[in-house]
Ligand binder design. Structure first.
Ligand code: A2P
Length: 294
């Protein structure tokens, strides 16, 4: 992702297969299902977002789909991502899960489908084979024309290696937690060096880092909010941010990040802050209902 080519929400990064992806996504994690999610998505599209990110596990795909419809923006002008959940691993279940998400969203195709969490050795000794079987389901959906691009989320190099060594279609995206205070640089650089676009969830540390005095001081230098500083920080690291806000004014403000540049010194400071605001979500401590899969 070339930061110099980005000037608005409609400017795009390009995935390994040539698919264009708008440079800031609108996140819907923790957005309550129903009218709130529906209105948020409609408002976000009205505010200029063209990239919407949801997941089966967020429990709001149907409302997100209604918000998309109500926006009136043409399908081909939007980029829609959803994620496969941990209970649906394996080839056949994965294909069925993708179809269910399409139905929930009321769409004919997805722009991007992500594996939400890798299967790990703590869950099954066959974790590598399980991850590959799931991935084969993803590849089938691409071949059937139902998904334009596929990727993963929360994958570390050891989880990616098995896909990179065996997959017919390599993962094009890895979506990771990334914000000042938790940048997991090794994982970011590994994915980027293997041709993946890194996206980030919780670019604002899920709101928890926004009152940090160190961040406030840096943001003030640019007359920007901490949220804007964090979103720009992701972009300047070549990482595609997916901020979430349920508030229409904050949605708009979060997109005003193309009129300033964080200096190299401040980027250095932001990258090297000690860990804070970390969610404590790690693949090895996969969500509890991953166990229901076994
Ligand atoms: P709200 O939805 O009320 O705006 P993340 O994207 O890192 O997961 O962070 C999401 C959290 O940050 C939400 O609690 C959201 O609250 C809050 N948030 C999003 N944008 C802003 C902003 N510009 N200023 C303050 N809080 C924000």
């Amino acid at each position: 992702m070339d930061i110099n080519s980005l000037h608005s929400l409609t400017d795009c990064a390009v995935l390994a297969n040539g698919v264009k992806i708008p440079c800031i996504g609108y996140g819907t994690w923790q957005t309550p299902d129903g009218e709130i999610a529906e209105n948020c998505v409609k408002n976000a599209i009205e505010a200029g977002y063209r990239h919407i990110d949801t997941a089966f596990a967020y429990g709001n795909e149907q409302s997100v789909g209604r918000g998309i419809k109500r926006s009136g923006v043409k399908r081909e002008d939007l980029f829609i991502t959803t994620k496969h959940w941990v209970t649906e691993r394996g080839y056949a279940k994965t294909v069925a899960a993708a179809e269910t998400s399409l139905q929930n969203l009321g769409l004919d195709y997805l722009d991007l489908y992500l594996v939400h969490w890798p299967c790990v050795s703590k869950i099954s000794p066959d974790w590598e084979e399980i991850n590959l079987d799931t991935w084969r389901g993803f590849e089938k959906m691409v071949k059937d024309g139902k998904i334009r691009a596929i990727g993963v989320s929360n994958y570390q190099p050891k989880h990616l290696e098995i896909l990179l060594n065996n997959a017919e279609i390599k993962p094009m995206v890895n979506q990771l937690e990334f914000h000042p205070g938790y940048i997991q640089l090794e994982n970011v650089l590994y994915a980027q060096s293997h041709g993946m676009l890194v996206e980030c969830w919780s670019p604002l540390g899920n709101g928890a880092i926004l009152s940090d005095e160190r961040l406030k001081n840096i943001a003030a230098k640019y007359s920007k909010s901490v949220a804007q500083l964090c979103i720009r920080f992701a972009l300047q690291n070549g990482v595609l941010p997916i901020p979430k806000s349920t508030n229409a004014d904050r949605m708009k403000a979060n997109a005003e990040v193309f009129d300033f540049e964080i200096s190299a010194d401040d980027m250095d400071t932001l990258k090297n802050l000690p860990v804070f605001g970390f969610s404590n979500f790690l693949p090895e401590d996969a969500p509890a209902d991953a166990l229901a899969n076994e």
